[in-house]
Design a protein around this ligand. Sequence first.
Ligand code: 0GY
Length: 304
Amino acid sequence: MSEKQVMDADYRPFHPNPTRPTFVPPIGAVDAHNHVFGPSEKFPYAQGRKYTPCDASKEKLFALRNFLGFERNVIVQASCHGRNNDALVDALHTAGDLARGVAVVSPDVTDQELAVMDAAGVRAVRFNFVKRLVDATPKDVFMGIAQRVAKLGWHIVVYFEAPDLEELVPFLQSLPTIVVVDHMGRPDVGKPIEHEDFQRFIRLLDDNDNIWTKVSCPERLTIDGPPYDDVIAFSRTLVERFPDRVLWGTDWPHPNMKSHMPDDGMLVDVIPRIATTEALQQALLVDNPMRLYWSENDEKGAKS
Ligand code: 0GY
């Protein structure tokens, strides 16, 4: 264990033995938010990171994918690996067509580096506005990156917390691509759905049909803990109002969790409570992520 890990008193490893979910995902289901970490000897964590995760290998991720009944992953670069996407790209090479990636890049990334990531399966960049995770990046720097990756057909994934949304709205509305908001914009589930904070988020999606969201992370948002009853109404509201602009993911291996380490099988069993019909489940787990991350497969199919 590294010196940094010893210092992290609240460091938790992922659940060693998740239960098999009762809910069976539809054929071709995509877990659209998860991570690979390390192994740190091969892919060291970033200097200046705000936390040190447990190593979470691509092999473990793909085994969990199969165990939970999913076919594909979207692997998201997290802050602890900074702007070095080597572990992500390595996992994408192993997964082949069964995974896509969301990278974090610096403004001086070269076209050649972007092309290498594109070939590996990266289809988006992530802009992180969560102050406890990253030092702030000026919005004009993010906009420059957005304009470059838009040319590759990539989209933008954004991570922020509800109190920061009001200030971010003009920037989010000015982005030139599809924009995916992580974890429902992190509402405070102690406030009612009718509260202005969540209503502002709903209005953002109402007013901008290029803005999507992940109805993920009940384990981060909950106050009451498993089985996450206090988060269900928030996710379900979004699934029913924006059925063709929602994604779902486990967030395995749940980096930087302070309260508890979730059982991934229990997280899968949340799905039928937030997407209550087969049609909603098919959109959430298959049609939406396939359209966003694997659209070239359709184009190939159409040409053949
Ligand atoms: C997540 C959530 C977290 C961490 C990161 O980039 C990250 O380090 O996203 C968090 O601490 O809320 O989506 O994995």
